[in-house]
Design a protein around this ligand. Sequence first.
Ligand code: SAH
Ligand code: SF4
Length: 342
Amino acid sequence: MYFKDIKSLSRDELRQFLSDNGHKPYRADQVYVWLFKLLMQTYEGLNVPAELCKLLESNFHIKSLREELKMESADGTVKWLYKTADDFPVETVMIPTETRASVCVSTQSGCAMGCAFCRTGSMGLNRSLETGEILEQIINVWRNYKVTNVIFMGMGEPLVNLDAVHRACVCLHDQKTFSMGKGRLTISTSGVAPGIAELLERNTPCQLAVSLVAADDKTREGLMPVNKRWNLTELIKAIDNYLERSGEWVTLEYILIKDKTCTKTAAEDLIRIVKPRRCKVNAIVLNSNENPELQAPSEQEVNEFLEIVRAKSVQINIRNPRGRDIFAACGQLASNPCKVAI
Ligand code: SAH
Ligand code: SF4
């Protein structure tokens, strides 16, 4: 076991580390309070023997990300650009509503999944983040806002970094730290089917969202390379297994793209998938991206699509885009702060 950030260690691992180095294991609880209740980002002031402080300092970062830029949208959404210690970009978004403050965290710097509609996808992958780097994004926001929800929907595919994401959820759920109920933690995957089964096996405290995006294999494969590895049949099998074993609802994210996923046939395909399952659909109108072949549908096309789906009593919500003017909306995170609002 080696982590660069102290926040990546579970409570038990920290206890073990302390006792291996001749210190009292109960000190781990004290350090945990320092990090996750008091939200401290320096070892200075930590009330433990100086020798222990030195040991921690020489082994682990307590702060791994440095803030490079903060941008605020006209709608209140805030986006931060950080750099990791090895200089990779990481973006975090805070989305306020009247009753909530949701933090959208990155699980990787960039993403290897290559979805055709996503700016993060066009960056490629730098590397996966460790747990401490994921938690630090939330802590940074929490120091200024009361965070109510965490969504793992920033840069990266959470289920290819499942161990780090699982650990972050466990820490956020821990009653002695953030005490966030599992309903307040949502992991979104582009469709890494075995990862969905692993979330169940590990009993990760979270809810599941799947970026369905399109409801037939041909369209989905053209938009998301992951569909070549796990097609809709396999993905739906994994979702059904999750629904059955967890007893929870699953959210399906559906992107409305002109002439591709916003047609009558597409609506019928979507109904066929959603109708028999405990799923609700979050539809998002395509946000601007780097692919000229992919355009947003007109308002009328969107309304017609919604009407067809709703006529069959399928739950579909249309998500208001937030933070488009600062490139903070879904699929727009690509550490490109120079680009100005459209
Ligand atoms: N990698 C994970 C989580 C991060 S992506 C995943 O794909 O699920 C967050 C969400 O933004 C996904 O639901 C994705 O489908 C959506 N998205 C990506 N690009 C988009 C775009 N240009 N317009 C609207 N939504 C987009
Ligand atoms: Fe990666 Fe998700 Fe973007 Fe696809 S939509 S490229 S999986 S971040």
